[in-house]
Design a protein around this ligand. Structure first.
Ligand code: NAP
Length: 263
């Protein structure tokens, strides 16, 4: 199935945390544009369900050929190594890495325990860092890395000290790695989603808080996983060949614009 507007024909993409929310939507977008896609996640049942959902646009043989689902925890370096070996054996290379897997962790600074610190940093920063490090030998020259950061790196929110610091760290990687990987023409950018309706959002934002969130967004609505997937696909594609080391905020104007007059 080749699409006339395909930007990823012949490309291989890795999406960590591809079983839910923005990762799943990005995997779907890339598949729709003819990529072969590797998705990961820790929960085997969720992984199987996501692979089945993504495969619905194809017949069984094409789904099996285009989609590879690999169970793995990005915080475990041995599991990242197995992931990379599985991808190498199956596809031989990567063209796109969407380092998306992440977890929430919202507590005031006095409440953050060392274990919670290690959990959130272990997935959101160490996990992203080593996903990229381990994927690099497989990533083709001219490839693209997109990191999922967060609006919270741009605007302070009570209770987000730990989470936001991990997101600032991974956005900073986009600057440094854009420079460091320039000899290989690998571009590195991040996205900073705003309030995006995914399972993570619903686990952390109550229905009452939801109405308040919407009034703070210039667009007058929360975002969808597809809103972010479109931006990720743009950054991953050759259309963004002159976009490097940037963070693209996808938040309906939440960070930049106050939706109602303040004076
Ligand atoms: N939703 C928002 O409003 C929002 C806003 C800004 C930024 N973000 C960021 O966007 C990214 C995606 O979030 P989402 O909202 O789409 O969340 P989600 O629906 O909860 O999806 C998270 C995905 O990451 C996977 N994952 C979590 N920990 C993992 C680990 N250690 N190893 C491998 N996979 C792991 C999950 O699968 P398993 O649990 O099965 O492993 C799942 O596939 C995260 O980095 C998040 O911080 C979200």
């Amino acid at each position: 199935m080749t699409h006339s507007n395909s930007r990823f024909n012949g490309k291989i993409a890795l999406v960590t945390g591809g079983t839910s929310g923005m990762g799943l939507a990005a995997a779907n977008r890339l598949l729709a544009e003819d990529a072969r896609v590797v998705i990961t996640g820790r929960d085997k049942e969720r992984l199987d369900a996501a692979a089945e959902e993504l495969g619905r646009r194809f017949d069984a043989a094409e789904a099996a050929e285009r989609i590879l689902a690999v169970r793995g925890d990005v915080a475990e370096l041995g599991e990242l190594d197995s992931l990379v070996e599985t991808v190498r054996a199956r596809f031989g290379r990567l063209d796109v890495v969407f380092a998306n897997a992440g977890v929430a962790g919202f507590d005031s600074i006095g409440e953050v325990t060392p274990d919670e610190f290690d959990r959130v940093v272990g997935i959101n920063f160490k996990g992203v860092y080593f996903t990229i490090q381990r994927a690099l030998p497989l990533l083709a020259d001219g490839g693209s890395i997109v990191i999922n950061a967060s609006w919270t790196l741009h605007r302070g929110m009570p209770g987000a000290s730990l989470y936001s610091a991990t997101k600032a760290a991974v956005h900073n990687l986009a600057h440094t790695l854009a420079a460091e990987l320039a000899p290989r023409r690998i571009r590195v950018n991040s996205v900073s989603p705003g309030y995006i309706e995914t399972p993570m959002f619903h686990d952390n934002v109550s229905p009452e808080a939801h109405a308040e969130v919407v009034t703070a967004v210039a667009a007058g609505r929360t975002g969808t996983a597809e809103d972010v997937a479109h931006a990720v696909a743009f950054l991953a594609s050759d259309e963004a060949s002159y976009v490097n080391g940037q963070d693209l905020v996808i938040d309906g104007g939440f960070v930049a614009a106050i939706p109602a007059p303040m004076l």
